[in-house]
Design a protein around this ligand. Sequence first.
Ligand code: UDP
Length: 483
Amino acid sequence: MGSNYGPLHIFFFPFMAHGHMIPLVDMAKLFAAKGVRTTIITTPLNAPIISKTIEQTKTHQSKEINIQTIKFPNVGVGLPEGCEHSDSVLSTDLFPIFLKATTLMQEPFEQLLLHQRPNCVVADWFFPWTTDSAAKFGIPRLVFHGISFFSLCATKIMSLYKPYNNTCSDSELFVIPNFPGEIKMTRLQVGNFHTKDNVGHNSFWNEAEESEERSYGVVVNSFYELEKDYADHYRNVHGRKAWHIGPLSLCNRNKEEKIYRGKEASIDEHECLKWLDTQTTNSVVYVCFGSAVKFSDSQLLEIAMGLEASGQQFIWVVRKSIQEKGEKWLPEGFEKRMEGKGLIIRGWAPQVLILEHEAIGAFVTHCGWNSTLEAVSAGVPMITWPVGAEQFFNEKLVTEVLKIGVPVGVKKWSYSGVDCCAKWDVVEKAVKMVFAKEELEGMRKRAKVLAQMARRAVEEGGSSDSNLDVLIQELGTLSSLSR
Ligand code: UDP
């Protein structure tokens, strides 16, 4: 697109969790690359994480990305001092308080709208009040869920039809009704989001849904070729205005951009790449469960044993610091035996950089949508191990629709994965299966084709790039009409 969108100014307001901040910052970069002035709204303690990411964007577009902070009212409401990030309170009693505290950002947010008058607000689904805030100033609000079209549709259907109510037991399969493909699930996999009458939760859910319906539309981190049927279904059957503009992670072109996403990596990238360079093509399994999943020591122990038994080289990201004494989560002598064969990253990994390395042959993932799409973009087959949120839907998309993964076989949704749900022999079997020649070749071929499609989608004139242009054009027209 040759047009100049200089006058357009968009606010991006991510929920304070890595899985939400990372893609929305990528999105701001994408708009900035099209000449749109972008402002990312966040809290003081999250601002340095975002600015570190933006600093790596060395082209002219970084000048178009600003950060504006809003004080997060944590202490007065019962949250510990310094708690401005949901990952530290997820699946604790503090999470509802955290969520409530975000609503206290409404007033200062409206002050920003008043003074800066952006042309559009792209705000996280977790901030339903932003639709009203934006409307007060005649500004359109776009919703960002951070999930796939497949999951957007499936979630909607669960709340509309509650199909799990027609089963006799938690483990009886039901077909997701009025949904493309014959996708079967159990009540256990659908999770508390839908099946429990949690009054506080449901009222938030309803508010978010209702605010979304009044919003201008939805921006989706996906590409059309990946999930056509579900993108069409979402638009045509659920009647939502939606733009697909992903995979957002592909806006990170240089090495530094790929490294500084989210937290600072706990491993020097040279060390990591050097290790990967010593491995043969497609031989390493990368194991990482996103930014929020917390496994018990007993589950970690089973993973370690499973990896060792599989005989496969691995990189395993574990949320444990080197200082933590008494490694009850590792078998005796594990690290010594695995020298040269396995690399444990304690903390945060440069995931996109790792996934794109040719030595990576498979990815054990919790099916967070960012991770899933990053694997798709890198052409890496997956071993799916969903934990909570909408991850069981993503597993179905990966294993049954796209057929680029094998399930580890988790049966039950949980908040953050504290339960020990997969024994070592199951892990061993899944890893062996994904590397087994026949199984893999079909899967790897399909994964590589999808990766090419992903790249084409974000290139000039590709489906996502064009959809982004359409969106910017529309916002431009809207803002000139409202002037
Ligand atoms: N991530 C990373 N290094 C890590 C763990 C996670 O870079 O060690 C990034 C990953 O690339 C993805 C995001 O964090 O972009 C996690 O998002 P996802 O939706 O996969 O899972 P969530 O953390 O929201 O459960």
